[in-house]
Write a new protein. Sequence first.
Length: 415
Amino acid sequence: MQEDFVYKERKMAENELLSLHKRSAISQTEQLQGVSRKELQARQEEILNRKLATSDQYVVNRIDRMSGYARQLLSGSMMQLNRYLAENSDYRSFAQQSEDRMMNARGRLGLGALYKTQLGKRKRRMEKKHGVHIRANRIRYQYLGVRKNALKDHMTRVYEELLTKEGREGETYLPEVIVQNPYFEELSDFATWMSGEEAQWSPAKQEERERDLHQLLVNANRFRGSYENGDSGKPEMSIDRQKMLSIYERNIMAVNLEAFDYQSTEEFLEKYRKEYPRLKAFAGAKKILDDLEKTGEQYESRGGANAFRARLETLSEICAHYEAGIKIYDSDCYVLLSRKDLGEKSLRDLEACKARVERNRRGSGNLLQYLEGLTALKKSRGFKMGSSAEQICNEKLKMLKKMEEDRQRRLKTRA
């Protein structure tokens, strides 16, 4: 007797949910015997409605299978940030405890006490720095808020659109996904950029971006196998990094690098708010390219391999700089400490301070974050405030071309 998959409880277990979305095509109802045309149409409509009603949960399950742990960490970061904003967004409440917080931070760093005159000067400068700090917090909170659901929202929307298309009711958005997909973060970053920018794009541009994300998802979760005829064998899963990188390359080669340049703290925060989602989305290609080359394979660039690599390395460098900067401004230590406390220290001294704080992690989260940002900036020899991203990219391209010429020369000499 054929399983009546339509009349199941609304709250289904994982395997039942997958069964509904992988096997229960409307075409299966044609096999039912002794059913009137009216009842057949009613059953077909019920299957479609059930799929639509559960598609959101289906997609959430797919994302959780990619990386439930990553989503959990993101939720925790948002909760902490939201709580901090609630307690510290008003400068007066922040300033009431500022002296104790300042001395506590200095004590953790092994710095001496301040004279009253020094303390007074710092307090007078704190209000302006506090404004920068809270703005950085709000920008980060906004970004995390979009990122939290960007991938799920995209997959749900596209899946529901697919289900309602005539003649395609039995299809699934992705037949399967790789459990804990290694590129879950990169896929989420691409979806976040797309979600934040879609209001500014034309319908044609938005359709192109959605197609790009869909192809990234498909190529990150290549599926070979069949669920037909009750086949319970495990599907063959793989990742096509070549095709993923070709999508990134097309987007990266079209970007204007000058968009990431900035000349002041205020401009940095505005650029971070506007450009970081795109920057983060594109920089994700670096991990995919590195993983590809670890296998001994080379990326088959459609344009110039050196030009693509130079741009990707530049974007990765700018992204690291942006992340170091926001770590500094996002930490309350930016408000509590002076530049001369740590900013003028050598890299060795900063790393020693960082090691000191790491030995006593309890209650040191903001200070450690601040030190990580300062250390990252101190290590960087490339992009910074006042730099030209285009010029940096051109220098990288020249270096890559020279390396390629040297390699070809060595090969000729050996021959």
